[in-house]
Design a protein around this ligand. Sequence first.
Ligand code: ADP
Length: 553
Amino acid sequence: MTKRIFKSIILASVIVLLASGGLTMGVLYNHFGNQLEEELRTEAEFLSIAVENEGMAAFDSLPAEAERITYIDTDGTVLFDNESDTENMENHLDREEIQEAMEDGSGRAIRESDTLSQRTLYYALRLSDGRVLRVSSTQYNIPGLLGGMIQPLLIILIITAVLAGVLASRLAKNIVNPLNHLDLDHPEENQTYEEVAPLLTKINRQQKSLQAEIAEAKRQQEEFSIITDNMEEGFLVIDSHTEVLSYNSSALKLLGARPQDARQSVLALNRSESFQNTVEKVLGGQHVISNQEFQGITCQVAANPVFQDGKVTGAVILILDVTEKMKGEQMRREFTANVSHELKTPLTSISGFAEIISDGFVKPEDTKKFAGRIFKEAQRLITLVNDVIKISQLDEGKLPYEKETIDLYEMAREILKRMEDHAKNEGVHLYLYGPHIKTNAVKSILDEILYNLCDNGIKYNKKGGSLTVTIGQDEERPQITVEDTGIGISEEDQKRIFERFYRVDKSHSKAIGGTGLGLSIVKHGTMFLGADMKVESTLGEGSRFILTLPEDE
Ligand code: ADP
């Protein structure tokens, strides 16, 4: 802009300079021309008076610096000329000024010289005898004048050009400077040319509406980010060139990728062949659902192509962590297999004993013994089926949900009482300590948990050992500790004893009537009550199960 203003000023200066120079020269030239003509006329008039009085003798006293004087006879013959020899001069009758003077009394003419750099002004006056007196003078014309003044003119031109350049540059800078320092972030606060004010107002208005639009877009983006970032499912939007347009943190986590700095290809987020195939297929227009393994996590990947005008313009990919679901399914499958197996063993025994009896291979005195074996196996079956039912109920949350106030001490006392015979048979002493703490809980489930813990405490005890139940409190939370001096559980097994059908010593557990489901029921019951379970145990010394119930609301 500065350059343009500079150029414009220079151009304007040159035009003004040339125009004013030209005009001044024209006016001056005209003025001097008129003046010269006036002088010629005055001189001719003076001289005419002298010639009228003295005749040709008047020419003798002409001063040396006098203009050119020509005296012409009525027939055009030159009688006198102070600058040329009259002998060689041609007849002047055809001259414009002579003819004019002969007709009107006076005549004038201007003739350009051959070189065009000079012109000659003629003034002719008719005398009383019809002869004509002509005075002429030569003057430079405009090109002639310019030619003669070329050097000073060039100097003036250079000086004015430099001056114009310096002034134009300063002027251009002064004009542009306030514009350069405009604060476009706060357009209304600028103090500048009033011509710029409407533009600034418009910028201000546009800036405000732009800011409002940006804020709205940002808000929507944040809203979208909050929603997608709180999704556990991974979420990706890609374009047809595999470039990621939008993603959430779960997607990166599940794919094992780092947060992106800039847009990049989705293929860079996970290099597994299955994922690359999914992207390829979905951008080929196929809907894809598949289970894929990303760093030990089983994910279900659902990819949907996005069509526009019949063309795939991108895809939306959802990634779900289905590890737990798969584990659950695996556990259910294992559970079914285990239950079938556990049921089959006592049933095979029952069937075998019954067959032997029906075939008559058993002596009458042994029938009682065999019947007893069948009864024992049937009891095992009943216990197992009952446990399976309890687990299924807990699994589905189908148990009666009613809470009631329970005196934990009373409940434990009642359970230990039920176990007295069993404990006596095993040679285990039972103890109960603690205050009568009352809490609100589902009684049947809490009973089931305590019963199983105490039952295990007796089952996996030593002769002469003890089982101690202590009622207490952890801060505001009621706590029941079931402690035994039995065989103990290794650290390795402590992690697994709550699994369904897990038994440290399978044959021992079976021999003492265990199903491998007791602690599984305890675990589910604990979860159902919103309680916590902790195990502390030392192999060969005994175990401690601590149940911490939730605080009463
Ligand atoms: P089970 O019916 O076999 O007792 P549980 O689920 O109740 O099944 O217990 C799982 C396994 O944990 C048992 O087989 C046993 O090996 C171990 N266990 C449970 N409680 C104790 C305990 N108090 N002392 C030692 N081992 C125990």
